[in-house]
Ligand binder design. Structure first.
Ligand SMILES: Cc1cc2nc3c(=O)[nH]c(=O)nc-3n(C[C@H](O)[C@H](O)[C@H](O)COP(=O)(O)OP(=O)(O)OC[C@H]3O[C@@H](n4cnc5c(N)ncnc54)[C@H](O)[C@@H]3O)c2cc1C
Length: 420
């Protein structure tokens, strides 16, 4: 028998076991949220059976594997929000998890820099929010102290956030997956969920031509979370609109310009905007990302286009309301997408000595932006719960940092909603 036939036969056997069993939990999506949820469920309910269905051939194939790799401190988020609570708790858990499992991580610290006088009130507001969120070690520093930390950065004042860092999120996912796949638990790759049906108190999940049965279903499908929710009959009016974040990398000769993480003062309405410098834990320095509308939910290149994705977005009133209110900002982002000089000008506000030849293109990521029909961006993490389903409908940044804490949040919601 050829090896390929042996593998195919083995997969058929596994599938027949998987399809004949009723799992306690099926989790959709093997990004950091789905895997953290599976891990935390396996700790809370060691005897429960868990199946993870993932449409791609491996873990962290989308947002988690295409992000900036930053361990966020939690300084920006509204006190009391899921983001604030889960980011701080998730960061502590993530650091411990990386240390225990020898995953690459560096708590290199971050500076948030005011480059103009009119940005100082914004800087002070962020600092005060950081104090409210009890972020450890925050310091307001002047330009001299900034230069001691980041010799090439320009700025009038800055916040030094020593507890921020960088990590290999894909590495985190690989360890989470390995820890979750215990006897009775499985991850099936190349399994795209297309239907979720209720039948006599259990759920039947259709994925890539097979059916799986479970008592409880948890949807962690990121860029497709609204679709999977709708496939199970849950329609919250929220639509995911994809926004591509494009990056450049510094060439190796310019690498020395950045020691850790150098960020601008964010726009409070669009905290994810504003290109920054990020030292990557696996090497190099990334600059970006911007945020431009993507014509495909997983459209990583400028030419990527998907008819269904585009029609769904342009038929959604919330998209036009957002575009109507913020068209100028959208145009600015598009300009920075097509003009390397435009991108560079923004970077030079933080590091004046960076030059056009120092930049080389780097792979992009796509953010799942959740919009309501009035064009409002859903800011906080958002969960929709029924008596046997939980749908994670908004898990934007800092959800990678917060992943392990979001996993706890979901276990608590499951306990209550599913009466476990
Ligand atoms: C450009 C960018 C930079 C970012 N930088 C940071 C950062 O530095 N730090 C930070 O903390 N956060 C950052 N974030 C945010 C963070 O990456 C995300 O919030 C987080 O990864 C979301 O994880 P997730 O598991 O919800 O989604 P994903 O990682 O997208 O995982 C969802 C999974 O579901 C699968 N799936 C989708 N549909 C189906 C289906 N029908 N059937 C089966 N499987 C399906 C997908 O293939 C995917 O693997 C960034 C995000 C982006 C886009």
């Amino acid at each position: 028998m050829k090896f390929r036939d042996f593998i195919a036969g083995f997969r058929v056997q596994i599938l027949s076991i998987m399809t004949s069993k009723t799992f306690d939990f099926i989790i959709a999506g093997a990004g950091i949220v789905g895997l953290s949820t599976a891990y935390k469920l396996s700790l809370a309910y060691p005897d429960a059976s868990i199946l993870i269905l993932e449409k791609e051939p491996g873990v962290a194939a989308h947002q988690t594997g295409h992000n900036s790799g930053v361990i966020h401190s939690g300084i920006y988020y509204k006190p009391g929000s899921y983001k604030a609570k889960n980011c701080v708790d998730g960061r502590h858990q993530l650091v411990d998890f990386c240390l225990e499992n020898e995953i690459k991580m560096d708590i290199c610290g971050k500076v948030i820099v005011a480059t103009q006088e009119e940005e100082i009130p914004g800087l002070t507001a962020i600092f005060n929010r950081g104090l409210q969120n009890e972020i450890e070690g925050l310091n307001l520093i002047d330009s001299k102290e900034l230069r001691e930390l980041e010799p090439h950065a320009a700025g009038l004042r800055a916040i030094h956030v020593p507890c921020a860092g960088i990590v290999d999120f894909k590495g985190v996912c690989e360890v989470l997956a390995a820890k979750t796949v215990l006897p009775g638990n499985r991850i099936l790759f190349n399994s795209m969920i297309t239907g979720v049906h209720q039948s006599n108190g259990s759920l039947t999940i259709s994925a890539s031509g097979h059916s799986y049965t479970c008592k409880h279903f948890i949807n962690c499908t990121g860029l497709h979370s609204d679709r999977v929710a709708r496939a199970s009959g849950v329609d919250t009016q929220i639509k995911i609109v994809p926004f591509r974040g494009e990056y450049f990398k510094l060439t190796s000769s310019a690498d020395h310009l950045v020691k850790g993480l150098i960020y601008p003062i964010p726009n409070p309405d669009f905290p994810f905007l504003g290109v920054h410098f990020t030292r990557m834990v696996l090497g190099g320095v990334e600059c970006g990302p911007n945020a431009v509308f993507a014509f495909k939910r997983e459209g990583y290149t400028k030419m990527a286009f998907n008819f269904t994705d585009t029609i769904e977005t342009v038929n959604f009133p919330g998209f036009w309301k957002l575009a109507g209110r913020h068209w100028k900002m959208g145009l600015d982002e598009m300009y920075r997408s097509v003009s390397r000089n435009g991108f560079l000008k923004n970077l030079q506000k933080l590091i004046p000595s960076v030059q056009i030849d120092d930049l080389k293109p780097a792979p992009a990521g796509v953010r799942a932006m959740a919009l309501d029909p009035n064009g409002n961006i859903v800011d906080d993490f958002f969960f929709e719960t029924t008596d046997n389903e939980i749908h994670v409908l908004n898990a934007p940044s800092p959800a990678a940092t917060a992943g392990l804490s979001i996993g706890d949040e979901i276990v608590n919601k499951a306990k209550q909603a599913f009466s476990l």
